[in-house]
Design a protein around this ligand. Structure first.
Ligand SMILES: CC(C)(COP(=O)(O)OP(=O)(O)OC[C@H]1O[C@@H](n2cnc3c(N)ncnc32)[C@H](O)[C@@H]1OP(=O)(O)O)[C@@H](O)C(=O)NCCC(=O)NCCS
Length: 158
């Protein structure tokens, strides 16, 4: 039997949406890898003006979010996460495609991101046209002081 496809509603978030975003953040990221941000880090990023935070809702529940920042003709995908209750329904894929559309509309010509080496999210990015262009040694610091390398991915938007 085919799996029913979720209806995914993506909306731009403001500071008022941060508690909902944090509920996804806390559930989505494993603290041992040190990838999650705090609410004050997110709020600080939103004050800068170059950042865009988008939330994906499924049946009105916050299911995932993406955070990007565009500077000149480059957009960085800083965070992408789906709540564990809403995984494998295409939420991250929809957020990534919307982030690419928004970046193009903002004038970006390339998008790049860092992902922890070994994170299965790499597949999501390669499926969407991103290529590994470099490495950053010891980029993430986990909750017990362990360090993890990151891989940089990039794709053209034009
Ligand atoms: C990585 C992450 C964002 C993926 O989220 P997700 O919403 O489950 O991803 P998607 O559903 O879009 O795609 C995942 C799988 O579902 C499949 N899928 C896509 N659309 C689908 C649909 N409509 N119905 C069913 N399955 C679907 C995809 O084929 C994919 O399978 P594959 O990876 O085995 O090839 C999520 O696991 C997560 O939040 N991880 C922790 C945070 C993290 O590491 N973020 C990335 C680094 S910043």
């Amino acid at each position: 039997m085919a799996t029913a496809r979720a209806v995914i509603d993506i909306r731009r978030a403001t500071r008022d949406d941060l508690p909902q975003v944090m509920s996804v953040m806390t559930a989505a990221f494993d603290p041992q890898y040190g990838e999650a941000w705090s609410e004050s880090q997110l709020a600080g990023m939103l004050m800068g003006g170059a950042a865009r935070l988008s939330v994906a809702y499924v049946a009105r529940a916050p299911a995932g979010f993406a955070l990007t920042r565009t500077v000149a003709d480059e957009t960085e995908l800083m965070l992408l996460a789906t709540h564990p209750d809403f995984r494998d329904q295409g939420v991250a894929n929809a957020l990534l495609r919307a982030a690419m559309d928004d970046a193009r509309a903002d004038g970006a010509e390339t998008m790049f991101l860092e992902v922890r080496r070994g994170n299965s999210a790499e597949r999501l990015y390669t499926r969407n046209g991103f290529a590994n262009v470099g490495e950053r040694r010891e980029y993430y610091r986990g909750n017990k002081g362990q360090v993890f390398d990151a891989r940089t991915f990039r794709r053209a938007l034009i």
